[in-house]
Design a protein around this ligand. Structure first.
Ligand code: S3P
Length: 198
C-alpha cells in the first residue's frame, strides 16, 4: 500500500507544527516498533529517535554490554534517563525498548508529550521475527519461545497502560502505519502538551 496523506492532513501538520505531540511506540521485542516507527517518521515528516540508541550513544556502550557487565537494574535506570530526555521533544516518532513500560513513571513521562501506541504480536510470530537474533540479552535462553510466552504474560498489564494497542500479527507494517496515522490526526487536535506554546 503506497503511503498517502491527504491535503487536509498536510495543512493540519503545518499549522500545528510547534506543539505536535510525539508518536510513542511501546511493545514487546519483535513487534515492529523500529520498522513501523521509521515508516511513520517518513510519512509524517517527523524525526525518529529510539531510546535504546539514546542509551547506547550516551554511554558509548552496547545494550548487551550494559546487561552483561552491570545487570538489568542499571540498564533500567539508564532507560528512565533516556525517557526523560526524549519526552522533552515534540514532533518526533519515539520508539522504545520492550521493557520501558515496566516502570509506571516512564509511561507517564512519555504521555506528557506523546500519544502512546502499543504494538503486539503472537509469541509464535515474535519468535519467527527475532528468535534467531543474538543481540537481545533477555532472549538468550535455552527456549526463547517459552521465554517470550512467559514474558508476554508477565508484561501484559504494563502494556495495557498505552493509549492504543494494535496487533501486528499477520498484518503488514504499512497497514499499522496508516492506522496509527489516522488515530494521530484525530487525537492531535485536542492534545495538550507539557509546555504549550502560548
Ligand atoms: C528489552 C528490549 C530491548 C532492549 C533490551 C531490553 C526488554 O529493546 O531495550 O534488550 O526488556 O524487552 P527492543 O524491544 O527494541 O528489542
Amino acid at each position: 500500500m503506497p503511503f498517502h496523506i491527504s491535503v487536509i492532513e498536510v495543512i493540519q501538520l503545518n499549522r500545528t507544527s510547534k506543539n505536535k505531540p510525539n508518536i510513542v511506540l511501546v511493545g514487546f521485542m519483535g513487534t515492529g516498533k523500529t520498522s513501523v516507527g521509521k515508516r511513520l517518521s517518513s510519512l509524517m515528516r517527523m524525526r525518529y529517535i529510539d531510546t535504546d540508541s539514546v542509551i547506547e550513544r550516551d554511554n558509548e556502550r552496547a545494550i548487551s554490554d550494559i546487561f552483561e557487565k552491570d545487570g538489568e537494574s542499571v540498564f533500567r535506570q539508564l532507560e528512565s534517563e533516556a525517557v526523560e530526555q526524549v519526552s522533552d521533544l515534540y514532533n518526533f516518532v519515539i520508539s522504545t525498548g520492550g521493557g520501558v513500560v515496566l516502570k509506571e513513571e516512564n509511561v507517564a513521562t512519555l504521555k506528557e508529550n506523546g500519544i502512546v501506541f502499543c504494538l503486539t504480536a503472537s509469541p509464535e510470530e515474535i519468535y519467527e521475527r527475532i528468535g534467531h537474533q543474538t543481540h537481545r540479552p533477555l532472549l538468550q535462553t535455552p527456549n526463547p519461545l517459552e521465554t517470550i510466552r512467559t514474558m508476554l504474560d508477565e508484561r501484559a498489564p504494563y502494556y495495557a497502560k498505552a493509549d492504543y494497542t494494535m496487533d501486528t500479527t499477520g498484518r503488514s507494517f504499512d497497514e499499522i502505519v496508516v492506522h496509527i496515522k489516522n488515530i494521530y490526526f484525530r487525537k492531535m487536535k485536542t492534545f495538550v502538551p507539557k509546555n504549550p506554546d502560548v
